[in-house]
Structure formats: C-alpha cells, structure tokens
Design a protein around this ligand. Structure first.
Ligand code: HPA
Length: 320
C-alpha cells in the first residue's frame, strides 16, 4: 500500500492483482469521488420518477434560470430531493437549485436551474456530477450557458458569445474533473478537447441568430474559466486577454470536459454581463448585481435563441 497527495487530498493506493485501485474515500473518511453505482442510483431514481426521457440537457447560468420556465409539461425536482445530488449554496443569487424536465418544441429536455461552482467549495467531481447522470439518462447534446465578463474590447454588455474554445486555468494547476482513476464506462483516459464545442452546432446557432435578427450581438470567442469568487484584477484580465480569452467566468468548462468525455455534443453560450475592467483609471467595478441585471434584460432573447436552436435540432435530427 502506498500514499500520495494531490491538492488537498491524500489518496491511499491499494495493490490488487498488480493493479492500483484508488479508494473512493480518504483516510479521514472523506468522499473523494462518486462511484459508477452512485451515478446510476441517481439516474435510475430520476427515471423512476419522471416519464421524460431527455436527449438534450440545458444548463442555466447565473441569472438565466428563467430558461427552464419555457419547458412545457414540466416535472420539477429540488436538488435536495434527488439522491446524491449536491445542494446549491447560491440559490438566492440567481441559481434556483432545481432540475426541470419538460419539452421544448416537442423535444424532451432536462434543465439545470442552478449549477455547482468551485467557489462554493464543491470539489470538482461534485461540480460535474449531474452531467454523467444526464449521460446515463440518454442525453446526447448539452447546451451550456453562463454569464461572463467581456475581455474582448469589441464586446458589449448584452452580447451573446458562442464558445468556440476554452482555457481551463484550474486544469493547468491539476484541478480537472477527470483527475483520478478513469472509468472507461464513461469515456477514455485521454479525451480529445480540440473539438470540444461542436462546429455544426455552432453553425446552426449562427443560422438561428441570423433568422432571429440577433447577429449584431452574437459573437464567437474563447471562454476562460477561473476559480472565483473574487472578480479578476486588472492584471489578471490583461493576462487572460493575452492568453487568447475573449470572455471570463467561473463555470462551464468542467461540465464541458465531462460531457465531451462521455461522448455528448456540446454547445456553449456566454451572456456578456459586464465588461472586464482593463484600465487602472476606470471607475467601473465588476459586481454580481450587474451580472443578474444583464441576465434579466437579455432573458427573453436568450430564451428565443435556445428555443429556436432546439427546434432546428429537431429538424436536422442528425445533431441530437
Ligand atoms: N468575471 C468572472 N466571472 C464572471 C464575470 C466576470 O467579469 N461576469 C460574470 N461572471
């Protein structure tokens, strides 16, 4: 038996028949990851409690939880009622903490009204828990939304940005949701991420935006995830911009990595809720109220965009 430490956790490695089998709890009895069986318990429970069989998952970003309200024939679960589900800690700040099943343009969807963030103190394997549950439920396409700060000077507050790529800053420091033993039942040890954001889905979103007259405020760019919860310093914003990021936020990337790992197609959409402060003479300050306010202002357009996108997915049934 041997021990090693990554980040905050000490893992015990047992040797069975020449293989290292890592424990799912630490020496102190803390849970270190979910087992395949735990994901399955949750998926089976949901399947037993709703007749919906979603092919599409929609993850609502800060202030964008209203998206879930456009689903018809809803079946709603509080996270606190679902076995194994983490409990959102920021419900009062724009994240509701409910899983909403329903149909959108006749298509069965599941919608996360509130997600889990690293800054809430969740370990990364809890942040991404719902995604693998969705995969076990049969979801094939993930629509991931977020609120983000605009780094690109051409972006305005209220713009939507289709995510074409990401920078995973916590991942550079070893905090990836795929760290630890790989479960081949979900996906490969070393998944490709160069095609994380599906090109065909992005094209479809561009078409939908054009038809809705949204092209003027639809951008396409690179999203960088940071740990938060403090907003970025001016120097950090300059660094992210130099690294190639157009927008910055505190979510999404971990979920996308897990979704891609288990074979889902992904489309990511950021709402630019504030401009990142890049100038030492600037008087403006990033704040959560502005994030929520912009979400409210653009809510109906975002809903139309996602609704039409899902409708077109149906028409081009090659993509979901
Ligand atoms: N930085 C990080 N996360 C955010 C921002 C931001 O400026 N705006 C909304 N989420």
């Amino acid at each position: 038996m041997s021990q090693f430490t990554t980040g905050f956790s000490t893992f015990t490695v047992k040797r069975f028949a020449g293989e290292n089998i890592r424990e799912t709890t630490s020496k102190q009895g803390q849970q270190l990851r979910y087992t395949y069986e735990e994901y399955k318990v949750t998926a089976d429970w949901l399947r037993a409690n709703t007749e919906h069989r979603p092919l599409i998952a929609i993850i609502c970003g800060s202030g964008l939880g209203g998206l879930a309200e456009i689903l018809k024939d809803q079946k709603v679960f509080s996270y606190s009622d679902i076995p194994n589900f983490p409990q959102s800690t920021v419900a009062v700040q724009g994240h509701a903490g409910r899983l909403v099943f329903g149909t959108l343009n006749g298509k069965s969807c599941v919608c996360m009204q509130g997600r889990f963030h690293l800054y809430e103190g969740f370990p990364i394997w809890q942040v991404t828990f719902p995604i693998r549950v969705f995969q076990l439920l049969g979801v094939q396409t993930a629509i991931v939304t977020n609120a983000a700060g605009g780094l690109n000077e051409d972006y305005n507050v209220g713009d939507m940005m289709l995510i074409k790529d990401h920078l995973n800053l916590p991942g550079f420091a070893g905090n990836s949701p795929l760290v630890g033993p790989n479960d081949e039942r979900f996906g490969p040890r070393f998944p490709c991420m160069s095609d994380a954001y599906d090109r065909d889905l992005r094209k479809l979103a561009q078409t939908v935006a054009r038809e809705l007259g949204f092209s003027d405020f639809l951008k396409e760019g690179v999203y960088s995830v940071v740990g938060g919860p403090s907003f970025e310093t001016i120097a950090e914003c300059h660094m992210l911009k130099r690294l190639g990021a157009d927008a910055v936020g505190m979510s999404t990337v971990h979920e996308v990595i897990i979704a891609r790992h288990c074979g889902m197609r992904v489309i990511g959409l950021s709402l630019i809720t504030n401009k990142a402060v890049m100038d030492y003479d600037s008087k403006s300050k990033a704040n959560h109220e502005e994030v929520l306010q912009t979400g409210r202002k653009r809510a109906s357009q975002l809903e139309r965009m996602i609704s039409s996108f899902v409708e077109r997915l149906e028409r081009n049934n090659n993509v979901c």
